[in-house]
Design a protein around this ligand. Structure first.
Ligand code: UFG
Length: 333
């Protein structure tokens, strides 16, 4: 009798009910890659998880829970999204950030080592570069985070690098620039009403769900005086994760890659683009600079294209804001 082909192994996705994690679960499902997710639903939503993906409610910082999930599913790889992400909050509660981001990552990597899981895709951030003047910022830019959030992520990067020679654990570290937009099919999006990100807040203001958008700072050394960021569509970012997983499953070496398009847009350009796609005015006021905002953050973004063959499909600001607005409209007001 012929042997049955082995069932494909599962990827354990932490934080799969959250904004980015849920887009990645949909991208994995679309690609036919089985997954299981752990999420404590502190900010995530059950409805964001595709029906075919088992959701285990609980904390990634629990070694017992990790053991149970890894034993119950044939896990060969991990994608790690769970964590805290609000920069000013990290300044107020640094220890909570080191616990949720660094200590939980340690627990997760420890479980990987114990179970022989040797592939990790890790959600890192451009915040590891700190207040650099480099434009664009390539991956060889020295890391010098200026807040506990960036430091907590950088510590996990370091643990991953040290774990490779000791435990054979290969990783793709993805350093996100400004992630925005929503699934073009409307299956998931940024659902935290108190989120502070520019495009989310601008959409809420346009829909009357916030009184107005405050434009933080108009005297930056940029062409229109407002800050410039490299906004990347969350669905392109999700695709990069799928490619990173396939790279590791194919035996590829560890990589550290920026996730951005390599070009920036100012706050005013974002507002004008949203007004153009909606035909409506964004209620906005000019405000003082927000402490800690660098004038310009643009990714050096060649390496991810070269190493993963990543080709973005949604790299237009109007598509990003159109999808973000459609998602925002779909939420209860
Ligand atoms: N902005 C406003 N008004 C708002 C919100 C934002 O004018 O209500 C401006 C900010 O001042 C900034 C730009 O819009 O110039 C983008 O701000 P976001 O808060 O959307 O994003 P950040 O660039 O501050 O932060 C992002 C990620 C962080 C990550 C950081 C890396 O969200 O997780 O990039 O530097 F740490």
């Amino acid at each position: 009798m012929l042997d049955q082909p082995a069932a494909p192994r599962r990827v354990l996705v932490t934080g799969g009910a959250g904004y980015i994690g849920s887009h990645v679960l949909h991208a994995l499902t679309d690609a036919g890659i089985p997954a299981v997710t752990i999420d404590n639903l502190s900010t995530g939503r059950r409805a964001a998880v595709p029906e075919s993906v088992p959701l285990v409610e609980g904390d990634v910082g629990s070694a017992d829970l990790l053991d149970r999930v890894i034993r119950a599913h044939d896990v060969d790889a991990v994608m790690h999204f769970a964590g805290s992400i609000v920069v000013p909050e990290s300044v107020e509660k640094p220890l909570a950030y080191y616990r949720n981001n660094t200590v939980s990552s340690l627990t997760l990597l420890d479980a990987c080592a114990r179970f022989g899981i040797d592939k990790v895709v890790f959600s890192s951030t451009a915040a590891v570069y700190g207040a650099t003047d480099r434009v664009p910022i390539d991956e060889d830019t020295p890391t010098a985070p200026i807040n506990p959030y960036g430091a907590s992520k950088l510590m996990t990067e370091r643990m991953l690098r040290d774990a490779e020679p000791a435990h054979g654990l290969r990783s793709v570290i993805l350093r996100y620039f400004n992630v925005a937009g929503a699934d073009p099919a409307g299956r998931t999006g940024q659902a935290t009403p108190t989120a502070t990100h520019l495009i989310k807040v601008a959409c809420q203001a346009l829909l009357g769900r916030r009184p107005a958008l405050s434009i933080f700072g108009t005297d930056y050394p940029t062409p229109d005086g407002t800050c410039i960021r490299d906004y990347i569509h969350v669905s392109d970012l999700a695709e990069a994760h799928v490619l990173a997983l396939l790279h590791l499953r194919g035996g590829g070496e560890s990589l550290t890659l920026n996730c951005g398009y390599g070009r920036g847009a100012s706050v005013l350009e974002v507002v004008r683009t949203l007004e153009a796609v909606s035909g409506e005015t964004v209620p906005a006021t000019f405000a003082d600079r927000r402490p800690g905002d660098p004038p310009q953050l643009v990714a050096g973004a060649d390496r991810i294209r070269e190493r993963l063959g990543w080709v973005p499909k949604h790299d237009r600001l109007d598509e990003i804001v159109r999808n973000a607005l459609a998602w925002e409209r779909s939420l209860p007001g």
